[in-house]
Structures are given as structure tokens and as C-alpha cells.
Design a protein around this ligand. Structure first.
Ligand SMILES: C[S@@+](CC[C@H](N)C(=O)[O-])C[C@H]1O[C@@H](n2cnc3c(N)ncnc32)[C@H](O)[C@@H]1O
Length: 268
């Protein structure tokens, strides 16, 4: 890949998806070389032309599937789930005691471990009242491949072993010796959709909590600032934004209140 071709790819991805791979040429080329060879592209120029002109979106989707970093796991950064259970959910339940509606969005849900963990935390918290509440979570991602995986909800045994043992028993069904499937009542509570965070947000109702963890690391400061402002607009007063523990947002540029590292709140 020539420097010019790499720049073209970087510009394309950043302008459409916010993803900045300018420092990652070796990784990008390592991942794409194989794909080009298998799919009969003579060079990167031809490949990029195909991505940009393919009206079906198929080439583009394949590229996103290859280049996005989807690493995730159940119970990742547990302090967030504990804060959700101990602080946020009691506030929502008090506020929504007449509507019984909890609205949470996992905005870069990857293969589903994050939204399913949230769904389990909600079920644990509500206990016997669970069926009296509308707890459907929205979970979105850019990559169709991870979304398909998430919708299936089948995970290797060792991936679920990080969860408390009673949860493994209550919220998973054994498929075979190696695989477990998320139980139906948890799966039906998570609505997976493809969505680019750079798009306008189409939500009709405001969110109580937005999880946007370990995705903004790929975005430029400007992109992050715009995104955080859009999230501010779709949060309920008193609603929370939760980002990854190693991420940060520009506190000066946002109207969100700092609660603790990686947790922010829209003023009531
Ligand atoms: C590392 S995973 C994070 C998964 C989970 N939130 C966690 O913390 O474990 C990052 C995800 O962000 C998605 N992503 C990257 N850019 C995006 C964009 N512009 N819109 C939506 N999703 C995006 C990727 O496809 C990937 O699945």
C-alpha cells in the first residue's frame, strides 16, 4: 500500500466513521493484504475504488468488519455495573415509578457481552418486579459481523466464566460442551441494530444511561467533542454517560457533570 493509498483510506474512514487509523498502517495493511489477494484485487487503488463505488455497501461492510477492533468481554470494567446497580437504577426506578420504563443504550456493543451484562444487572436489581418494567436495551454497532454474533448470543464456556456462578446458571443455557447461549428472557431484552455513531441520533425518547465504552479511543478530539454533545442532547435530565476507564472527554467543552472517572451526568 503506497502512502497516498493509505492516506486515502484513512481519510475515508475518519470522515464517515470517526475512526482514525493514521498511526496504524502496519496493522491495517496486515489485515487487508489477505482480503485483497483472496478477492482478486490487483492493488489498493482498485480496492478503494470498489469500496467507494459499491452501491450495495457490501465491500464497505467487509472493510469495516476487518478493520474495526471488536475486543470485548462479559463483566468488563465491573465498577460500572456496580455503579449502575447501586446508584443509577435506584434513581431511575424512583423517577419512572409511574411509567415503568428504563431506557439504556449501549452505543458500541460489539459482540453483545456489554449489553447482555447490563440486562443481567437490571434483572438482578428488579428481582420479582422485573416483568412489570419495560427494560428493553438498545445495543448498536457499526460492524454487521459482530451484530450477527451478538444476536445469536452463543459464547464459549470460558467467556461466561467471569460472571458470578449463579448468573451463569440463571442466564445461560448449555448448547454443547463448549458453548452456552444467553437465556431467552435476557436475549429478548436487548434490541441489536446497526448504527454509525457519526449519524444524527434518531431517538424519540431520551435515554437514562448511555454506555459508550472503549470506542472513542479511535476518534479524534473534535469527533469526540461532537459526539459527547449529541449524547448530552439525548440524555434525560439526570441521565448518565459511561465511557471506558482508560478514556477521557474534554470536561471544559461539555455540559455534563463529572461524577467520577469515566462516569458523567447531565444536570437535573
Ligand atoms: C472495542 S469494542 C467496545 C465494546 C464494548 N463497548 C466494550 O467496552 O467492551 C469497539 C466497538 O466500536 C465499534 N465502532 C467503531 N466505530 C464506530 C462508529 N462510528 N459507530 C458505531 N460503532 C463503532 C466497533 O465496531 C467495535 O465493535
Amino acid at each position: 500500500m503506497t502512502d497516498r493509498e493509505f492516506e486515502r483510506l484513512v481519510e475515508f474512514l475518519e470522515s464517515r466513521y470517526g475512526i482514525n487509523l493514521s498511526q496504524k498502517k502496519v496493522i491495517v495493511q496486515g489485515r487487508l493484504d489477505n482480503y485483497l489477494a483472496r478477492n482478486g484485487f490487483a492493488n489498493y487503488g482498485d480496492y478503494l475504488n470498489a469500496v467507494e463505488s459499491d452501491k450495495s455497501g457490501h465491500e464497505l461492510q467487509n472493510m469495516l468488519n476487518i478493520l474495526t477492533t471488536n475486543h470485548t468481554y462479559f463483566w468488563r470494567e465491573p465498577d460500572h455495573f456496580i455503579f449502575l446497580k447501586e446508584v443509577i437504577l435506584p434513581q431511575i426506578v424512583e423517577k419512572e415509578r409511574h411509567t415503568h420504563d428504563i431506557r439504556i443504550w449501549s452505543g458500541a456493543s460489539s459482540s453483545g457481552e456489554e449489553p447482555y451484562t447490563i440486562a443481567m444487572v437490571i434483572k438482578e436489581f428488579l428481582g420479582l418486579n422485573y416483568n412489570n418494567w419495560d427494560t428493553t436495551l438498545l445495543a448498536t454497532d457499526l460492524s454487521s459481523e459482530v451484530l450477527q454474533y451478538a444476536i445469536k448470543g452463543v459464547y464459549l464456556k470460558e467467556k461466561i466464566e467471569v460472571l458470578p456462578e449463579p448468573w451463569q446458571k440463571a442466564y445461560f443455557k448449555r448448547v454443547d460442551d463448549f458453548n452456552y447461549r444467553v437465556a431467552d428472557d435476557i436475549r429478548k431484552n436487548v434490541m441489536f441494530r446497526k448504527f454509525n455513531l457519526m449519524s444524527d441520533f434518531p431517538f424519540t425518547k431520551k435515554m437514562h444511561v448511555v454506555f459508550l465504552r472503549n470506542v472513542m479511543i479511535y476518534f479524534s478530539e473534535d469527533t469526540k467533542r461532537n459526539l459527547v454533545n449529541k449524547i448530552y442532547d439525548i440524555l434525560e435530565p439526570g441521565g448518565y454517560l459511561i465511557i471506558g476507564n482508560t478514556e477521557n472527554i474534554d470536561k471544559e467543552a461539555s455540559k455534563l457533570e463529572y461524577v467520577r472517572p469515566s462516569i458523567f451526568r447531565k444536570p437535573i
